[in-house]
Write a protein that binds this ligand. Structure first.
Ligand code: ZN
Length: 179
């Protein structure tokens, strides 16, 4: 049976009982993530399954899914990136135990009894965020944009253009009503 994720993870305790948790959070629940993204009200789905491998090594299989809105490092616009960090972690008491787990596991030497769920999920998400977020399409580099802006006519000239365009469209509207 699935239940909400407790605030503290107790790997050995949870693994012994074979507990499965799932919860929908918001990005703003994770201070270190929300300081990087602009979509802090968006959801983040987390599912954690605990079990004992070889009847003694506590393991977590985790699935996280979220969208992050970051600043594209090429055009400085917003870029939305879908993240799906999945992981399989084994918590070892000593390095010898690593031999009992197959290569699909990441292993962590850990003797703590419990730790913060929020910090744990945060670490898994941060690893999956690209170092240099960018649009997948070829957006225009902000450096090129700057050059273009400098070449632009002065703002008053643009204003004048807009005004004449408005007049023209009004004229054509009037023209249509006459018909
Ligand atoms: Zn971009």
């Amino acid at each position: 049976m699935k239940q909400g994720i407790p605030d503290k993870i107790k790997p050995f305790n949870f693994a012994k009982k074979g507990l499965i948790f799932s919860q929908k959070y918001q990005l703003k629940d994770f201070p270190r993530i929300s300081s990087l993204v602009s979509n802090i009200n968006d959801p983040i789905d987390v599912e954690l399954s605990f079990y004992l491998e070889n009847e003694k090594i506590p393991c977590i299989e985790g699935r996280i899914e979220l969208d992050v809105a970051l600043t594209c490092q090429r055009c400085l616009g917003e870029v939305n990136i879908h993240l799906k960090p999945n992981f399989k972690l084994g918590f070892l008491k000593n390095e010898q135990q690593a031999e009992e787990l197959d290569s699909s596991f990441e292993t962590i030497l850990n003797t703590d009894e419990e730790w913060s769920t929020i910090e744990f999920i945060t670490d898994e998400v941060l690893i999956s965020i690209p170092m240099i977020p960018m649009h997948s399409h070829k957006c225009v580099s902000y450096k090129d944009k700057k050059v273009k802006e400098q070449k632009r006519e002065n703002p008053f000239a643009i204003l004048k253009q807009l005004k004449t365009r408005n007049l023209e469209s009004q004229r054509s509207k009037n023209g249509r009503t006459k018909k």
